[in-house]
Design a protein around this ligand. Sequence first.
Ligand SMILES: [Zn+2]
Length: 259
Amino acid sequence: MTEISPAFVAVVTLLFGAAIGSFLNVCIYRLPLHESVVFPASHCRTCATPLTWYDNLPLMSYVLRQGRCRFCGTAFSSRYFLVELLTALLAVALVSRFGLTITAVGYFVFSAALIVITFIDLDYQIIPDVVSLPGTVAGVLFSIVSPDLSLWNSLTGLAVGAGVLLAVALGYRAATGREGMGGGDVKLLAMIGAFLGWRAVPFTLFSASFIGSVFGIAAMVRTNADSKLALPFGPFLSFGALCYLFFGEQLIAWYFGLL
Ligand SMILES: [Zn+2]
């Protein structure tokens, strides 16, 4: 059997990732509006002209049309391009880390869910159950087929993820009488635990809180606002989870090496 060249695998993975990213854009836009992600086909939101396949080429159409509708010239948000690029790069990173394996496929599904959750949370400050709940089930199923995650680790991850944030949310409410953390964050951390195992939960919470605080302070300084400014936590949890996926074991080993 002839070897498949790594460069060929990388290019195919990149294109596949970008195509999935294009679908994730549809999910990000339509899920919060409770619209179907399948019908109708993509169309320009200004002139309603349906996009043909060559208007819909991931990454390339955006560059070729300079981010504008071919019919009416309306500028599309550069976020479409960003989401496609991010998804494509994550696909390549996962395949280069895990090879063409079931683990890479499972973590690509996980990453795709995190991307959708991140951008919907940024727009609406909600984390849709329609992503996080099936995502949690997917994490448990993934542990059954992947040699890299045991079922026990997935289930304890799910329980620790849901339990820790639920305790924090209930404690916050008992202490202040206000809702601090949304239930969406609880379900997201349960999904993260189900996909990455229980060790990922404290790591993700710690790194998300740390990065979130840095962003929060920067935003407060810039806008001169008081501490009531609510930052969505989902994007930081998602970022923390991806950090654990790629670097978690090394970072934990490094940290305990310091002690
Ligand atoms: Zn148009």
